[in-house]
Structure formats: C-alpha cells, structure tokens
Design a protein around this ligand. Structure first.
Ligand code: NAD
Length: 289
C-alpha cells in the first residue's frame, strides 16, 4: 500500500482517486470545492483542508487540475513540505512548455516528476481504463507505472519530459480535424441524397474510418450511444476541445510548425465554443448546415 496525495478531485480526478482507493492505496485528497470533497469522502478518500496537509507523508503526489499556472502555483506550495523521495505525477492537460517548467521545479528540489495526461474522458476515469501518455526519464516512468495501473487501460512512455503533453495535443488536433471532416461528409451526403446509415456503413468499412465517425458519429441513428442521439450532451465538451486546441496552437507557434488544418479547426472550435461550450464537440456539425 502506498500513501498517495491526490490534488484536484473534479470530474476526472474524483473517479481516478476512487480507483486508487479500490486498489488498496491510502489516498489523501484536497480540492477547494465542497461538492468534490463530499463525493471523494464517500469513495474512501481522506480529504484535508489544504494541499500542503494532504501532501505531508505521501510517497506519490498526483495533480489533476484545470491549467498549467494552477499546477505551477500549487507545486510552489507543496514541494517544500513533500516527503524526501516522493514521486510527482501531473495528469492535467497543460502546455508542453508549462510541463517542462513544472518538471524543473520538482527536479530542482530533488524530486522525480512525470507529465502523464490522459485520454478516455470521465467514462474512462470511472472505469479505470484511461490511456496515459507519459513524459519523463526511464526511472521516473518505471516508478510511476504501478501507481497509474489501477486507473489505466493503456500506459505509453512517449519520451522525456513534456512528451506526454506533446502526444496529447497532437492527438487532439487530429481528432478535431477528423470530427469536422466527418461532419462535412455527412452534410455533403445529405445534399447528394445519401442516407446517414449508408454513409456510416461505407466509411466504417473503408479508408475514411476513424473514432470521430465509428464511435462519435455526429448524426443521430447509426451509433445509438453517440452524443448526437442525446442532444449532443458530452461526451467530450467543446470547451475542453477548445482548450486543447489552444494548447496545440501554442505549440505550433512556439515550434514554428505548419498546421493549416489544425489551425483552421482551432478557429472553428474557438467560435463554436463562444455559444456552445457545453455541447459535445461533434455538435460542430450544426455549423455546417
Ligand atoms: P474539473 O474542473 O472537473 O476538475 C478540476 C478540479 O481541480 C476542480 O474540482 C477544482 O476545484 C480543482 N482545483 C482547482 N484549483 C485547485 C487547487 N489549487 N488545488 C486542488 N484542486 C484544485 O476538470 P476535469 O474535467 O476533472 O479535468 C481535469 C484535467 O483533466 C484538465 O486539465 C482537463 O483538461 C483534463 N482532461 C479532462 C477530460 C474530461 O473529459 N473531463 C479528459 C481528458 C483530460
């Protein structure tokens, strides 16, 4: 049994921490939101009134927070009180640059640290089937693996510090472009007199197949569990896709990479998010009508 401090017990962190309790770990939590604290306590997490108290005595410290600046500021508070030899895992989705700066904060104080963002959403967090994309040294990755296991379906060591966040922004940029392209195809098919079901059956057995059509089909009917059948209730909210595309665009700018389709997708999601941040990101098909 390991004592794990879990900071950020929201939609993702709450169920992730609960899976660590189920795996037999002692989980010490902190979150400023009372509703998150209540749920965490009912799942066997020992909740403290400050992050510092939660971290004292923990062998592993996991953060699952909204943004890079929040992780950075929290690390400033908790690093001075952390147990010698503790391992830091940040699973928040943040920029590659922030991930590298945060790693340096921990390493400067003698701690091992990895970035380990996830894919799989709240469903994956509850089921313990998240895909972890990990950036960090071989030693830090090996040390993190057994802690990540009860929350994971897949754990991939992507490379050195920041590589996990790099993989996450690249994947989500592809996803955004695909979801728009699939929406365009269904709208074109409609104008050509082709049924949604026929297009679905063809694409999913042909070279255009991808998650955006096979699982997250943006029209009601072909995939009964897709958000299109449930008034586009997420799913993966447009607000989160917009955030991830913002991080991708930061990376495009800072590296000088060329990403014309990713950049256009980011613009489309930015304006879609102004009105429809709470809808599943597949609802962007509505703008193509
Ligand atoms: P959320 O807003 O539900 O949870 C974040 C939690 O952090 C909140 O409960 C908030 O109170 C807490 N928090 C804020 N400041 C804090 C602090 N200083 N100390 C401790 N806790 C603090 O968000 P979420 O959906 O759980 O997402 C968390 C991270 O995971 C984000 O970076 C998000 O981009 C990423 N992510 C989310 C999903 C998803 O489907 N929701 C999927 C993959 C990745």
């Amino acid at each position: 049994m390991t004592t794990i401090a879990f900071l950020g017990l929201g939609n993702m962190g709450g169920p992730m921490a609960a899976n660590l309790v189920k795996a037999g770990h002692a989980v010490h939590g902190f979150d400023p939101v009372p509703a998150a604290v209540e749920i965490a306590q009912s799942n066997g997490i020992k909740v403290f009134t400050t992050a510092v108290e939660a971290v004292v005595g923990a062998q592993v410290v996991i953060t699952m927070l909204p943004s890079g600046p929040i992780v950075k500021s929290l690390y400033e508070d908790i690093l001075p009180v952390a147990t010698s030899g503790a391992l830091f895992i940040d699973s928040s989705t943040i920029s590659v640059d922030d991930a590298r700066r945060i790693n340096a904060q921990a390493v400067d104080r003698g701690f091992a640290q990895v970035d380990a963002p996830v894919s799989g959403g709240v469903k994956g967090a509850v089921a313990g089937t998240l895909a972890f994309m990990v950036g960090g040294s071989d030693e830090a990755f090996s040390a993190a693996r057994s802690t990540l296991d009860p929350m994971a379906g897949k754990i991939i060591h992507c490379g050195d510090t920041g590589a996990g966040q790099a993989a996450k922004v690249c994947n989500n940029m592809v996803l955004a472009v695909q979801q728009i392209a699939v929406g365009e195809a269904f709208k074109l098919a409609e104008k050509l007199g082709l049924s949604d079901q026929a297009l679905y059956d063809v694409i999913t057995g042909a070279t255009g197949n991808c998650w955006a059509v096979q699982t997250n089909c943006p029209v009601p009917g072909p995939v009964p569990t897709s958000p299109a059948n449930n008034d586009y209730k997420p799913g993966f909210a447009t607000a989160l896709m917009n955030k991830d595309l913002g991080l991708a665009m930061d990376a495009v700018t800072s590296t000088g990479a060329r990403a014309p389709l990713g950049t256009h997708a980011a613009q489309l999601y930015r304006s879609f998010a102004e009105q429809h941040a709470d809808l599943d990101f597949s609802a962007i098909i509505q703008t193509l009508r």
